[in-house]
Write a protein that binds this ligand. Structure first.
Ligand code: NAD
Length: 485
């Protein structure tokens, strides 16, 4: 049975102006048809969001919004398996991964930001003037307004709720544009948000593409008050240009070319599986994934051999097969890009330790977007494949001799999202982690997240931070009130 993913505007599912197919990356079959919004649909969604803000939603008490966010989380839990099925169909990820990561985190995002908003205080200052008078300064935090939420395909529901939960908890209304590759869970979330009792117009979804399509219609719409975006750095740059005439604030979580540094004193029994996870999780399609591994020379061969063995243990296959560890890439188009980097690496002189091509998984999966987990040696920071984000299951392993050299090579990038340091020396762990020019610096672990901590990147990896109170800073506008006493 074919599904149609429709736009959600002002509490109703509506058709757009065209349709396009959503293809299953597992086997190339048709998942469903997506209704592409036109400029009018975007305009209707922005207007609906504004009406909601001007109406009852704009007057809700914080405590009531917090209760609503908890109800949304509960409703996600109740419909957990519906979300799992939708995310798996769109992405081809193993069911176990979607259960453990994507959908669990969606409910957690709503709960976490409900807690943050419920407990947030505000600045107040008692100002003492030279003549003995006093004034009280305090700030009221109002919602930013109509927030455009634009998200990618790699962790569709997780990244969507990471933005929608704080936005709604702070009292904003949103117009969401999911990736054209993953329309399902944003559409399903509309049902759940309505079932939880969030008023019409507060959560709207418009489907379609980026440039010249819905993405651009939305970011250039004068009715939006800000854009929160996760995706490629070049898209961030296009969105910045699009919002510039209206001078709207942006929060950008962009690409990465993340480094791991492995010192010879590291516990390799932990570091090697840790590196395998940070390189291959979600087929390398996590912005935080490691694509550069710098290894202290005495253990270089051991780490290369160990990681190659871990790569050999990965099982590519259908999402519902319990043995599957690794799904396909998101699409054939993305596979072409990844394969072009695999080919470029060879041209640039890489030694391919494992992988490097398209696996043969039988006729059933031949039309899917499969790619082999891949490791390279023989490269250095001068090579394009070590400088540009591939966004696939691949890492280049490069030896180093001193801590100074390792830090220098890790920081020699235009990106600055995440880094990992593997060492048994506590002081070195802190020292190196702090010197990494990134937003998130892990020591002896990776992707361990406390949702209250800041998340974001420097350089090409983004603008601003979200997470805990950092999200509240973006999704609210303070008005300072000064009262002479
Ligand atoms: P993408 O930039 O191609 O697309 C992301 C979203 O932006 C999609 O919804 C797309 O339709 C939309 N879009 C594209 N062009 C647009 C335009 N001109 N105007 C408005 N919207 C536009 O990214 P992707 O391929 O979907 O995702 C992969 C990228 O996302 C990688 O670079 C990855 O590193 C990055 N990412 C970053 C983080 C982070 O937190 N830093 C998290 C996940 C993914």
């Amino acid at each position: 049975m074919s599904t149609t993913f429709r736009n959600f505007v002002d509490g109703s599912y509506v058709d757009g102006v065209a349709e396009f197919d959503k293809i299953d990356p597992v086997d190339g079959s048709l998942v469903g048809t997506v209704s592409e919004a036109g400029a009018e649909t975007v305009d209707a969604a922005v207007r609906a969001a504004r009406r909601a803000l001007d109406g009852a939603w704009g007057r809700t008490r914080t405590a009531d919004r917090v209760a609503l966010m908890r109800r949304v989380a509960d409703r996600i839990d109740e419909r957990f398996e519906d979300f799992v099925a939708a995310e798996v169909r769109d992405t081809g990820k193993p069911v176990s991964l979607v259960r453990e990561l994507d959908v669990a985190r969606a409910a957690m995002n709503f709960r976490s930001f409900a807690d943050t908003v419920a407990s947030a205080g505000q600045d107040s200052f008692l100002t003492e003037l030279p003549d003995g008078r006093q004034a009280l300064n305090y700030a009221v935090h109002k919602p930013l307004g109509v927030v455009a939420v634009i998200v990618p395909w790699n962790l569709p529901l997780l990244l969507l709720t990471w933005k929608v939960a704080p936005a709604l908890a702070c009292g904003n209304a949103v117009v969401v544009k999911p990736s054209e590759e993953t329309p399902a869970t944003a559409t399903l979330l509309a049902e759940v948000i309505a079932e939880a009792g969030v008023p019409d117009g507060v959560y709207n979804v418009v489907h379609g593409f980026g440039p010249g399509s819905v993405g651009e219609h939305l970011t250039s719409h004068r009715g939006i008050d800000g854009v929160t975006f996760t995706g490629e750095s070049s898209t961030g740059s296009a969105i910045m240009r699009s919002v510039a005439p209206a001078v709207r604030p942006v929060s950008f979580e962009l690409g990465g070319k993340n480094a791991a540094v492995v010192f010879a004193d590291a516990d390799l029994d932990k570091a090697i599986p840790g590196l395998a996870r940070s390189t291959f999780l979600n087929t390398g399609q996590v912005c935080l994934c490691t694509e550069r591994v710098y290894v202290e020379r005495p253990v270089f061969d051991d780490v290369v051999a160990g990681l190659a063995k871990e790569a050999g243990r990965l099982r590519l296959g259908r999402p519902d097969d319990p043995g599957t560890t690794t799904g396909p890439l998101i699409s054939r188009v993305h596979r072409e890009k990844v394969q072009s980097y695999f080919d470029l690496a060879v041209t640039e002189g890489a030694e391919v330790v494992v992988g490097g091509g398209v696996p043969d998984l039988g006729d059933d999966l031949a039309a899917g977007a499969w790619i082999q987990p891949t490791l390279w040696t023989g490269l250095d920071n001068s090579h394009r494949v070590v400088r540009e984000e591939v966004f696939g299951p691949v890492a280049a392993l490069i030896p180093f001799d001193t801590e100074e050299e390792a830090v220098k090579m890790a920081n020699d990038t235009d990106y600055g999202l995440a880094a990992v340091t593997w060492t048994s020396d506590l002081s070195r762990g802190h020292r190196v982690a702090q010197r990494m020019r990134v937003g998130m610096s892990w020591v002896n672990t990776w992707y361990l997240r406390d949702l209250r901590s800041p998340f974001g990147g420097v350089g090409l990896s983004g603008i601003g931070r979200e997470g805990g109170l950092h999200s509240l800073h973006f999704y609210t506008e303070p008005t300072n009130v000064c009262v002479q006493l």
